[in-house]
Ligand binder design. Structure first.
Ligand SMILES: *[C@@H]1O[C@H](CO)[C@@H](O)[C@H](O)[C@H]1NC(C)=O
Ligand SMILES: *[C@@H]1O[C@H](CO)[C@@H](O)[C@H](O)[C@H]1NC(C)=O
Ligand SMILES: *[C@@H]1O[C@H](CO)[C@@H](O)[C@H](O)[C@H]1NC(C)=O
Ligand SMILES: *[C@@H]1O[C@H](CO)[C@@H](O)[C@H](O)[C@H]1NC(C)=O
Ligand SMILES: *[C@@H]1O[C@H](CO)[C@@H](O)[C@H](O)[C@H]1NC(C)=O
Ligand SMILES: *[C@@H]1O[C@H](CO)[C@@H](O)[C@H](O)[C@H]1NC(C)=O
Length: 683
């Protein structure tokens, strides 16, 4: 009963659908009603009273009937789209008056192109060498078969048996028969695979002849006609074997990639004559794909699913040119090349040496595709190079760029690294992401800049040739400024530049500036650091800093206003290094011995972190928001386990401090100060 109902309903749909979509809506409404009435009828017409009959009744309405309705709905959907398509027939894309050459049109994709264009009004030159489909016996020419098929459907076509290498003759066929040529689909191709060692010269040439030279010859011959009429649509057929490579197809891949190059230039040259050239990258069922692809996929690689894509590319409406479209199995996508941001391998016009070691060191930057972009044309490429050189000339090293991602976990690890502890209730805000006042300790933000200078040749590039021995560098001074509200997670992009270079005799001081921006381009952190390169001096450079190098300031002469002591742990460096500075000097006893320390030393920036924490605790309510900037000079190292003493002097919003080692009395940080945005009322 249900089946016949369905058929009945289908009939109704067929009739109703010819009216409009509103009828469709009402149809569903009445269909549902119909089934419910039908079910009620069944219920009462049942011969005898059965137990659970009510349940069956309900089931019928809500289960079987619903399935039925869905079934009909699907059918109606299909019909609706059919209806829609025929309704739009006024907009049907036609090719009336256009003459199309399709090479290799005797079978497969070419045949589908020819059939589709002919069906839609184009006059088609069906080019095919005249081989048989299977290669055996039959004498019917493939091109003739396709022409006959077109004609039998009322289309217009003519066969052409020339090799595409004789492109002029192919085009002649079009001109002789139809007087013009508007569309060229370069589709002819051959395939016989060998691995690279086994390819003969002859085979190489053959493949290039058919694919590359053939496409070139036909296109060239059609060109004057297209140019004269100021209209042309050219398709090149490339292949995934070219774009991605494929074992055993060296000759074929090379030729197929060659077609993309050809299309790029033809698109440019044709632009002003309204001649567009685009590329189709089809995957169709063929000997090549048979046996390699799963049957399920293979069966779906029907050439007729690709033909409409090519037809669109050949239509007047299609504005693309120089576009590559990959298509298969009723799917299509644009393919295009992108280029990474790249990395400058030198930092000044004067320094024109690039070493393989440096290339190795920055390889991850060279190959980083994170911000890759498409390059539209070759002018853009040279424009970019000129920009790089200009930046070098201006010593604008914008290319020193690094991304730095951080989350609550990183902030907590850093806080632990500089001694924050749950023993102090107030420190919870630095150690627990769910604390109502969770916040970063501001000195955390020296890290992006640090990682930047470690991962680039920012420092070495600033020094004269031969002076860039970085095995013996000391972190001299550090300045850090927080410019805006700091988030507790996010991603910062830092750009760095060499700001100043000084010749101090015993060494050189390189001053670098880094700015770190958040995802919205907001400047969050400014960082300036001075690196002392031992033994790199005496190059005749200036001794004094330029304006803008932030000076240290002596502490007031009076005795400190306040002092805080923090005992560091033996594992302090082991913990701190996890925040990013993995220099073995701070953990590897053998390494530190070589560097001249009996025991691995604590990171200078770690003692800076302790000091910042002390000032925040005493003068800023433990509130990072009040931090503006800090400046320190590193005087001597401290060994993990020793005790830090931070002496502080308050001068308005500026807190001077000196950090020393309780056990030895030696100064670790001198000339330092921290500026606060405001002084809390409590103080
Ligand atoms: C590619 O080279 C191989 C090996 O020389 C050859 O067998 C094959 O025919 C060539 N491919 C085509 C399409 O000619
Ligand atoms: C050809 O392509 C280029 C880049 O794809 C585009 O800028 C240009 O406008 C196109 N020309 C025409 C006539 O559409
Ligand atoms: C930022 O600070 C770090 C830590 O001292 C330093 O190593 C780095 O060079 C600074 N960044 C720049 C480029 O100024
Ligand atoms: C340090 O050197 C000693 C002796 O050469 C060696 O046995 C040890 O494994 C080294 N330690 C590290 C951490 O490399
Ligand atoms: C800040 O935190 C420290 C450590 O928990 C605490 O000793 C100090 O009293 C706090 N400062 C203020 C102003 O609350
Ligand atoms: C920190 O200081 C800022 C600015 O004065 C203030 O808005 C904020 O409420 C303070 N936060 C805490 C936890 O005291």
């Amino acid at each position: 009963m249900l089946r016949s109902n369905t058929e009945h309903i289908f009939k109704i749909i067929q009739i109703v659908i010819e009216f409009d979509n509103w009828s469709l809506f009402f149809l569903f409404f009445f269909t549902i009603l119909f089934f419910i009435i039908k079910a009620i009828q069944d219920f009462f017409a049942a011969p005898s009273f059965e137990p659970k009959r009510e349940i069956q009744f309900i089931k019928k309405i809500f289960h079987i009937q619903i399935r039925e309705i869905i079934y009909i709905f699907r059918g109606a959907k299909a019909m609706e789209s059919f209806f829609y398509r025929s309704k739009m027939s006024g907009d049907l894309m036609r090719y009336d008056g256009r003459v199309a050459i399709v090479t290799g049109a005797g079978a497969g994709l070419g045949r589908e192109y020819a059939l589709l264009l002919a069906e839609r009004g184009a006059k088609v030159v069906v080019n095919d060498l005249g081989g048989t489909n299977s290669g055996e016996g039959a004498s019917t020419r493939a091109a003739d078969l396709v022409v006959n098929e077109i004609k039998s459907k009322g289309g217009i076509a003519v066969a052409d048996y020339n090799s595409v290498v004789d492109g002029a003759k192919v085009v002649e066929t079009a001109i002789d028969n139809f007087g013009r040529v508007d569309i060229v689909i370069n589709n002819a191709g051959i395939l016989r695979d060998r691995s690279i060692l086994k390819i003969s010269d002859q085979d190489w040439d053959l493949v290039h002849d058919v694919h590359l030279k053939g496409s070139f010859k036909v296109t060239q011959a059609a060109w004057p006609h297209m140019k004269k009429q100021n209209y042309g649509r050219i398709i090149m057929t490339s292949s995934n074997s070219g774009i991605y490579g494929n074992f055993g197809q060296a000759n074929y891949s090379a030729a197929k990639m060659g077609l993309i190059g050809l299309a790029n230039t033809v698109a440019i040259e044709g632009d002003k004559y309204n001649i567009h050239c685009n590329v189709i990258i089809p995957t169709a069922a063929s000997r090549l794909t048979q046996g390699i692809l799963p049957d399920m996929l293979f069966d779906e690689l029907k050439p007729q699913l690709i033909a409409p894509v090519v037809a669109y590319l050949c239509h007047k409406l299609c504005e693309d040119n120089g576009t590559y479209i990959e298509s298969a199995a009723g799917w299509a996508a644009k393919v295009h090349s992108v280029r990474g941001k790249g990395c400058v391998l030198r930092t000044s016009i004067e320094q024109d040496i690039v070493t393989p070691e440096y290339v190795r060191d920055v390889w991850s930057k060279v190959t980083n595709m994170k911000d890759a972009q498409h390059v539209d044309n070759i002018a853009e490429v040279s424009g970019h190079l000129i920009q790089v050189l200009e930046n070098l000339q201006d010593r604008k090293l914008n290319d020193f760029e690094d991304d730095f991602k951080f989350s609550a976990k990183d902030l907590i690890l850093y806080a632990l690294g500089i001694g924050a502890t749950v023993k102090d209730a107030n420190d919870l805000r630095f150690l627990y992401e769910n604390d109502a006042d969770f916040q970063p300790i501001p000195s955390f933000f020296v890290l992006p800049g640090l990682l930047l200078s470690m991962s680039t040749n920012l420092v070495s590039s600033a020094l004269p040739e031969g002076k860039a021995d970085l095995t013996n560098i000391l972190h001299g001074e550090q300045y850090l400024e927080i410019c805006d509200d700091i988030p507790t997670s996010g991603s910062l992009t830092s750009t760095g530049e060499v700001f100043d270079v000084m010749d101090k005799g015993s060494g050189a001081v390189v001053v670098t500036n880094t700015n770190s921006f958040d995802e919205n381009g907001r400047l969050l952190v400014k960082n300036q650091s001075s690196i002392f390169v031992v033994g790199a001096g005496k190059f005749g450079g200036k001794k004094n800093p330029v304006n803008g190098v932030i000076p240290i300031l002596p502490a007031p002469k009076r005795s400190p206003d306040f002092t805080i002591q923090y005992k560091t742990s033996k594992d302090q460096a082991a913990l701190y290094r996890l925040s990013g500075d993995l220099n073995p000097l701070h953990i590897d006893p053998n390494f530190s011995l070589i560097a001249g320390y009996k025991i691995p030393i604590l990171h200078g920036l770690c003692s800076m972190g302790f000091s910042v924490r002390a000032v925040l605790a005493k003068y800023a309510n433990n509130n990072s928001s009040l931090f503006k900037c800090v400046k320190v000079r590193f005087a001597a190292p401290i060994i993990p386990g020793q005790t830090l003493k931070i002496d502080m002097w308050k001068e308005g919003k500026r807190i001077h401090f000196v950090t020393s080692i309780v056990e030895t009395g030696k100064n670790v940080i001198i000339g330092a100060y921290m500026d606060l945005k405001e002084i809390t009322a409590k103080l």
